[in-house]
Write a protein that binds this ligand. Structure first.
Ligand code: CP
Length: 317
């Protein structure tokens, strides 16, 4: 079994099945810190460096909160414009990382450029955690999602997932890789111009994923145990920042989940996950239904980041 100690967390493509369960087990073991709102000392001699080149609410703060809960220290930046990477010098990832590795023991990076955390990992002598790279991948979010599903359903094998939204999105790539490690049937629903690429479809098929594509959530929502959502009204994830300018449009009903749809067609125990933030694809009235699991997903995000930090820093065996 590969050790997590010193390892980069860059992609779920090469994550082994038993490694998901290892992360789940450690997350559960560390849960009392988050549940009881207290900080321990497991990582008291360690420092997390956050290097966020793109906006974030959940990923950065959950990772920082996880480090605080384990008694560690946090430094870094959440706006690259205030660093030399974002001003006149446009300092390279290589030169930036060659500095950051001396400031802490693990680097959590979000970047607008796909592959940037992998490039950072080539130069860093400390573990690098990919916190979202362009349209590429978002492994810590999807580990959180899979953990949430496993906790709620008690299993991953034998479940059916509906994936709805923009399939170019990094979460959709990571969850597709994750699903290949389990006996999961997937249904993808997205606008034609936001579909998985033929190359990616061939790759996940080759990795053993059973999947179908459908034109609307209405067609398949009755078949699934898990509804996993992303907006179709999206910013450009290859930009460091994409401000809203004027009208951004509405989500067609084919890609919307509403309370009415869930009550009419969904399985009684179907659960809705959304990595958030949302636009109008997930109506507010779903928040008060029994199907909603995106708020507990936020709590689980702290547990999963505690587990990942403790594992890559070698604080748990
Ligand atoms: N889910 C997610 O990645 O949210 P943030 O962009 O707020 O980190």
């Amino acid at each position: 079994m590969r050790s997590f100690a010193g390892r980069d967390i860059l992609s779920l493509k090469d994550f082994e099945r038993h490694e998901f369960f290892r992360c789940f087990e450690v997350a559960q073991r560390l849960e009392p810190y988050a549940r009881d709102r207290r900080n321990g000392d497991l990582l008291k001699e360690k420092t997390l460096v956050v290097a966020f080149y793109q906006p974030s609410t959940r990923t950065r703060l959950a990772t920082e909160a996880a480090m605080h809960r384990l008694g560690g220290h946090v430094t870094g930046f959440s706006d690259a414009k205030m660093t030399r990477a974002g001003d006149f010098y446009q300092e390279s990832i290589k030169d930036t990382v060659n500095m950051l590795e001396y400031y802490g023991d693990v680097i959590a990076m979000r970047h607008y450029q796909q592959g940037a955390p992998a490039e950072a990992a080539k130069y860093a002598s400390v573990p690098v955690i990919n916190c979202g790279d362009g349209w590429g991948e978002h492994p810590t979010q999807v580990l959180t999602d899979m953990f949430t599903i496993w906790r709620e359903k008690g299993r991953l094998d034998g479940l059916s997932f509906l994936l709805v939204g923009d399939m170019r999105m990094r979460t959709m790539h990571s969850i597709s890789y994750a699903m290949t490690k389990f006996d999961i049937k997937a249904y993808y629903v997205c606008p034609p111009d936001m579909a998985l690429t033929p190359e990616f479809k061939a790759e996940i098929k080759d990795m053993g994923l059973q999947f179908e594509e459908a034109e609307s959530v209405e067609q398949v929502v009755d078949k699934v145990d898990v509804i996993y959502m992303e907006p179709v009204v999206q910013p450009d994830y290859t930009k460091s920042r994409d401000e809203r300018k004027g009208d951004v449009g509405l989500t067609p009903k084919e890609y919307q989940i509403t309370k009415d749809l869930l009550f009419r067609k969904a399985k009684p125990d179907a659960m809705v996950l959304h990595s958030l933030p949302r636009m109008d694809e997930l109506s507010l009235d779903v928040d008060t239904t029994r199907h909603q699991r995106y708020w507990v997903e936020a709590y689980n995000g702290v547990l999963m980041r505690m587990a990942l930090l403790a594992l890559v820093l070698g604080a748990v065996e």
